[in-house]
Design a protein around this ligand. Sequence first.
Ligand SMILES: [Zn+2]
Length: 94
Amino acid sequence: MNLLIIRLIIFAVLFFAGLKLYRMYREWKLDREELLEHDDDARQEGGQMVRCSWCKVHVPESDALREQGEWFCSSAHLDRYLQEKKEQKPDDRE
Ligand SMILES: [Zn+2]
């Protein structure tokens, strides 16, 4: 009889310990997800992603160059784009 009670107590303790650990884990996970979401928000507010008109690569707005309503990842691509625009008519460009 005593053994049974001791086992029951041990099971109860293990059960509640497991429950507590599970809740802690869930809270920790939620906190992490919230942090990640906030990070994403901060990144989006900090700078929109824009597409280079020459190589089609997406770059942060703060790193991009703007010319004639188009975005470029670097001055080299800006120059090449403007050069091509001079040689070709805008209609040829997609
Ligand atoms: Zn580019």
